[in-house]
Design a protein around this ligand. Structure first.
Ligand SMILES: [Zn+2]
Length: 184
């Protein structure tokens, strides 16, 4: 693995990842900059060493912020967060899709004054969305898996753990899944 592909996992001051999905990572350049500015502590390092004219040091693989960053206590209503709340699963056919293949469905359609809110918007695949069309659910033979509500940020974080990135450096694992891996 080249130095270019060696991002650092960024933890909050409480050693929890700032975000699970997308996973909070920063480039090795930013990690080193933050270290020199004394904004972060280096927790783990890669074996790779970078040299500057005067010093050399190991690339950080896990860094932790020195000052705790308060996370949003209210979940922000975004397209991504709706999909994350629903685990990237169509709420009608229960199948999982990638974000590109998911759409929003308004339970009460917009043409019937349905609002774009946590309680009225769900993830749906294109074919279920088309099938439902501009109808109320009770006028269809379709069923919802669960009533949509505003998730807590803890619920979103927890759902994010279901989507590990393709690459996980071994030094990250202790900080990512320590509360689930103990079962083995
Ligand atoms: Zn579907």
């Amino acid at each position: 693995m080249s130095a270019i592909g060696s991002p650092a996992l960024v933890l909050n001051a409480d050693f929890q990842p700032l975000s699970y999905y997308p996973l909070s990572l920063c480039s090795w350049q930013d990690a080193i900059r933050a270290t020199f500015l004394e904004k972060v502590s280096v927790i783990e390092s890669y074996d790779q060493i970078v040299h500057s004219p005067s010093i050399s040091f190991k690339l950080p693989s896990v860094i932790a912020l020195k000052d705790f960053v308060m996370q949003h206590r209210r979940s922000v209503f975004t397209r991504f967060n709706v999909f994350l709340r629903d685990n990237f699963t169509c709420q009608y056919c229960y199948k999982r899709y990638s974000a590109n293949d998911l759409t929003f469905d308004h339970l009460v359609p917009r043409c019937l004054n349905g609002k774009t809110t946590w309680n009225n918007v769900i993830s749906a695949c294109t074919s279920c969305n088309l099938k439902k069309g501009r109808r109320l659910l009770k006028n269809t033979d379709m069923k919802l898996t669960k009533k949509p509500t505003r998730p807590t940020s803890a619920q979103l974080q927890n759902n994010g753990k279901n989507f590990p990135p393709n690459f996980l450096h071994e030094s990250w694992r202790d900080y990512l899944y320590w509360d689930t891996e103990l079962q083995n």
